[in-house]
Design a protein around this ligand. Structure first.
Ligand code: MOS
Length: 739
């Protein structure tokens, strides 16, 4: 019997290493003779450094150097046009490039000392004088300066379909509202950290917190003008990232600079406060105009977004693609404009654009359902689309209707009374709300290497990452099942830039991309095994083609004659005990071009709102997800649970507050930046709806990293409306807004 590892709930293969501390994160590697770097950040948000005095810091015994723009070596930043794998159009920020300050808390110096404590103390003694210039950090005040960038990172659909303004004017039922999604900052448990080790040969070994070691490798190669093969970046474990680790951050450049100049090993770890000095989910204002017929058919949707970006890069995300993905409407126009501000460039954060856009669109659709006096699920069903109307292509699979059905049933949606404030329980106003969402299922080219040892142990590797999502486990499952060997006999290795090329771990495409490469490389090994078996004397496989054989229980079988088998170890013995090796790169299949592929979710939420205090408790969430084949229902469920928890934060808590008088994000620690804690999270139910997809990739799996978050916040906001009768269009929904 073939073991079906995929589709089976499987414990994390790295679980033990993680809970015992054996798993090492970037800052934890033990390196001899290590020096410590502490970053000094700018006190102003725009202007110039006129003087920087490092003498008091340098005078302390044990302080090795203070790096600033004044002593930055000339071999750095020679290519000013270099962009990393996740750069938006523009010119990326280059630490210590010159004396210009472009955003508050910009790094202006790195103090390097024998101990962390000494470096931290010395950093306080670095004295900078500035010439401030007026800054602009206020998105709303600068909306008149909004522009469409020449080049979009993620271009919105540019051509309108039909005549949205005309259809809106003629529509029987209309809605026109604006929605505000605040800035959010990344708060993974692990802070950004790099250890750079200079070697006698001039080569560099670097431990870095990153979602793609080869992205850091190329970045360092470029920033320092050194060959890529002289830079090895290692990152076997990442303590949360979800976008914050897609781009190399400034601690990496600074650690490498110090290591090269001092010819030593240097560690730089950012503080929690410094985690607020780079990329964030951008403050985005969305205007929606929706028209419908009295019987609930959508006639017109206009969805226009205005989001902040920095002065040096045009960051945008997929905020306005959702009407075309989710609704059947003939007249649609969308736009995405940017407002340049004196802030750091925004950065991808879990379902970038999807979280933001779905929040506005799905509250607006709930508002329309109320104007039409239609059940919100019924309204969505009435305007269901089988096609992706942005691309005018059919979906490779789409089981969203089944998400509505199973989600509603599990939740008990049929018992809902439409009228707000109608489901009270003492002082508690009970609200039931729902929303749906989608996330694109993409496949990128990825490579993997497989080595089968003479004892039948398989090692597969690819330079991908595991940001806690379960990469190690899922890749091991795919390899074990394909090769027909025990899961325990498989080791998957990742997080080393010398491994086969992998895309960044992001975009929910790792299973699809790297997983498909793992499957392919195992199939290559099988071809080699067959060839070896055919060399054996009187081989029963001599005429067999690869289609004629199967692999189970560590054996190769003739599929038509299952009694004919040979163990992989016996085949390998033919090759004088040499391990068998294969390497393969898997590209997306051309047939994908004719289809659009998205994962889908429908989220049903119950809230209880205290009538007197305005406090909101999310008491129940049912999240029904259709995402193709689920390779590991256990780690997959954790992804959706995590998305639900983060969605609670998005709806009710998260908000980085910017003080425009000084142009700085002020809520820069976990005391003031609120995230959901255990007390905020109650019953959460995950349903995986069965979905078959033979187009999306060779595994039929769509990815689960992002679909879990997109529809949660609007479902909560809609439940809050149902409970209270108050429509809150600005996140987070804090109690002051409900009183
Ligand atoms: Mo994700 S925002 O691509 O880590």
């Amino acid at each position: 019997m073939k073991e079906h590892y995929t589709g089976t709930a499987t414990n994390r293969v790295d679980g033990r290493a993680k809970v015992t501390g054996e798993a090492k994160y970037a800052a934890e590697f033990e390196v001899p003779d290590l020096l410590y770097g502490v970053v000094v950040n700018s006190a102003i948000s725009k202007g110039k450094i006129t003087r920087i005095d490092t003498s008091a810091a340098l005078a302390l015994p044990g302080v090795h150097q203070v790096f600033t723009h004044e002593n930055r070596p000339g071999y750095t930043w020679l290519d000013s046009h270099y962009q990393d794998e996740d750069s938006p159009p523009g010119s990326p920020f280059r630490p210590l490039y010159n004396n210009e300050i472009k955003f508050s808390m910009q790094p202006i110096a790195l103090v390097v000392a024998d101990t962390f404590e000494l470096a931290r103390y010395a950093a306080l003694l670095v004295h900078a004088e500035y010439e401030s210039q007026p800054h602009e950090t206020d998105l709303e005040a600068n909306l008149p300066k909004a522009y469409k960038p020449k080049k979009y990172k993620s271009p919105p659909p540019s051509d309108p379909r039909g005549d949205a303004p005309g259809a809106f004017a003629a529509a029987e039922v209309k809605l026109e509202e604006a929605y505000a999604h605040p800035a959010h900052h990344h708060n993974p448990m692990e802070m950004h950290a790099s250890i750079a080790i200079w070697q006698e040969s001039g080569k560099l070994t670097i431990y870095d917190k990153i979602q793609g070691v080869q992205n850091s490798q190329k970045y360092i190669s470029n920033a320092f003008g050194v060959p890529q093969e002289d830079v090895q970046v290692i990152s076997p474990f990442v303590g949360g990232a979800f976008g914050s680790g897609l781009r190399p951050q400034y601690q990496l450049f600074l650690a490498v600079l110090a290591a090269k100049e001092l010819k030593r090993a240097v560690k730089v770890v950012l503080t929690r406060q410094q985690m607020f000095s780079f990329g964030h989910r951008p403050f985005t204002i969305q205007r929606l105009a929706i028209g419908a017929s009295a019987d609930g058919k959508l006639e017109s949707i206009s969805h226009n977004a205005f989001a902040e970006t920095s002065r040096f890069e045009d960051y945008n995300e997929d905020v306005v693609i959702w009407p075309g993905v989710l609704y059947n409407c003939e007249n649609v126009e969308v736009s995405h404009q940017l407002v340049g501000l004196d802030v750091y460039t925004p950065l991808d954060m879990r379902a970038p654009g999807g979280t933001t856009g779905t929040f506005a669109l799905e509250i607006a659709m709930d508002e329309m359902a109320y104007k039409l006096n239609m059940d919100p699920v019924e309204f969505r069903l009435k305007n269901y689309t089988d096609k992706d109307l942005n691309k005018d292509k059919p979906h490779s699979s789409k089981e969203l209707k089944e998400c509505y059905r199973q989600g509603a049933e599990r939740f008990g949606w049929a018992k809902r009374k439409m009228e707000p404030r109608s489901m009270k329980e003492g002082h508690q106003l009970i609200g039931w709300g729902m929303a749906h969402g989608a996330w694109e299922a993409q496949q990128q080219e990825a490579a993997a290497k497989a080595v089968l040892s003479p004892t039948g142990k398989l090692t597969v590797s690819s330079a991908t990452a595991d940001i806690g999502t379960g990469t190690y486990t899922v890749m091991s499952q795919i390899a074990a099942e394909t090769m027909g060997i025990a899961l325990e006999d498989v080791t998957f290795e990742l997080g080393d830039s010398t491994q086969p090329k992998s895309p960044l771990e992001g975009g929910s495409w790792t299973v699809s991309s790297v997983g498909s490469a793992v499957k392919l490389v195992c199939e290559k090994l099988q071809e080699q095994l067959l060839k070896l078996a055919q060399k054996m004397e009187n081989s029963p496989f001599s005429d067999a083609k690869i289609e004629d054989v199967s692999f189970e229980n560590g054996q190769m079988f003739l599929t038509q004659a299952p009694a004919t088998s040979i163990s992989l170890q016996a085949i390998l013995a033919q090759d004088e005990g040499q391990p068998l090796e294969a390497e393969a790169s898997q590209k997306p299949d051309k047939k994908q071009k004719n289809y659009s592929s998205y994962s889908h979710s429908a989220t049903f939420v119950e809230v209880k709102v205290d009538e007197d205090l305005g406090t909101v408790k999310v008491t129940r969430i049912v999240s029904a997800v259709a995402a193709g084949r689920i390779i590991n229902p256990k780690t997959g469920r954790s992804q959706i649970l995590g998305g639900a928890v983060w969605g609670i934060g998005v709806a009710l808590e998260e908000h980085t507050v910017l003080d425009h008088t000084i142009g700085r994000f002020m809520t820069h620690d976990l005391d003031k930046y609120h995230l959901p804690v255990n007390a905020d999270v109650h019953e959460t139910d995950v349903i995986f709806v069965e979905e078959k997809d033979e187009i999306v990739n060779p595994l039929g799996a769509k990815g689960l990293g992002e679909i879990g978050i997109v529809s949660v916040a609007p479902a909560i906001a809609n439940a809050v409306f149902h409970a209270t009768g108050k429509r809150i269009r600005e996140l987070p929904i804090t109690l002051d807004k409900l009183m």
